[in-house]
Design a protein around this ligand. Sequence first.
Ligand code: NAD
Ligand code: UDP
Length: 324
Amino acid sequence: MSRVVVAGGAGFVGSHLCDALLARGDQVVCVDDLSTGRRENLTAPSAEGQLELVVADVSREVPVEGPIDAVCHLASPASPPAYLRHPLETLAAGSEGTRRLLELAAAHRARFLLASTSEIYGDPVVHPQQESYRGNVDPTGPRSVYDEAKRFAESLTMAWRRTRAADTAIARIFNTYGPRLSAGDGRVVSNFVVQAMTGEPLTVYGDGSQTRSLCYVDDQVRGLLALLDSDEAGPVNIGNPDERTVLELAGTVRKLTGSQSPIVFEPLPTDDPTRRCPDITLARRALGWKPEVGLEDGLRRTIDHFAALLGAGAGAEDGGECGG
Ligand code: NAD
Ligand code: UDP
C-alpha cells in the first residue's frame, strides 16, 4: 500500500485517478483549491477513511504531513475557457505549483508524476506527434498561458531529475473525456453532449475540419498509473490515436443521443490547433499500454453520465463498432 498525493484530485481526470488508486488499496491525499474541481467527485465508497481532501492552492502551499510515496501533479485549469479566464493562475500552477510539488516529492524520495499535455506540440507541423517533436507554440498568444506553463513544468521536472536525482515522470495527456467532465467547462465533448441532450444547437468552431484524438478517461488513468508504477521518465504520450474531425464528432454525438439539435458554426478561437494525434509507440513499448475503449462506446458512457446529471433520458441509438 502506498500513500499518494494527487494535486488536482477533485477535478475530472484527477478524481478518476483517485478512484483507481483507492481501488487498488492506496491511501490518497487530494490537494485541490476547488477552482474547477468539485468535492462531489470524491465520493467513491472506497474513499471512506482512505482519502483526505486538503483544500489549498498548490502555487502557494502544499500543506501535507506524514509519509508520501508518490506525488501526481494534475492541478491546473485545463479547459481553454478556464485557463483563458485565469491566465496568471494557470502560469502559477505550472511554475510555482510544479516547484512546490517537486520539492515535496524530493523531500520524501517519492516518485513525481507531471500531467503535461499535447498542447506542448501547439499547432503541430509533424503528424502524428511523437515525443521527440518539439512543438509549434506561439509564446505570447492567449493559449500560451497554458502551453508555456506546461512546457516550463516539463523543463523544471527534467532539471530536478538531472540535478537533484528526483524520481520523475512526465505524461503528455491528449484530449480526454468521460463522466465527471463539468457540464459548463467549455470543452468539446461536454459542450456537444449537453447541447445535444438539451435541444440546443451544437456549436462547431471554425468549419469543424480541425481534428482531435479523444481518449476515454478509464484508458487515460490506466496509462497514468502504468507510468507512475514504472521507472520510465518520459515524456510519454498518453492518448487514443483514433483521430476525428470536430464536425464528425458533432455528428456522432447527435446520432448517439438521437438529438435533432442543429449544428451551428462559430468563430474558431485564436491559435486553435488544426490537428492532433498521438504517436503512442513509446507508451505501448515502455508501459505495455494502449487504449481499449472506442469513441462510440466512451461517448455512450459519457452520455449516460450526463443523462443522470440532467435528469433526462439520453435516447441513445446504436452507433455501431469503432476502431481505437
Ligand atoms: P479539471 O479542471 O477537471 O481538473 C483540474 C483540477 O485542478 C481541479 O480540481 C481544480 O480545482 C484543480 N486546480 C487547479 N488549479 C489549482 C491550484 N493552483 N491548486 C490546487 N488545485 C488546483 O481538468 P482535467 O481535465 O481533470 O485536467 C487535469 C490535469 O490533466 C491538468 O493538469 C491538465 O492540464 C491535464 N490535461 C488534461 C487533459 C484533458 O483532456 N482532460 C488533456 C491534457 C492535459
Ligand atoms: N470546439 C468546438 N465547439 C465547442 C468546443 C470546442 O468546435 O463547443 C473545438 C475547439 O475549437 C477545438 C476542439 O473542439 O478545435 C477541442 O476543443 P477543447 O476545448 O475540448 O480542447 P483543446 O484541444 O482545444 O484544448
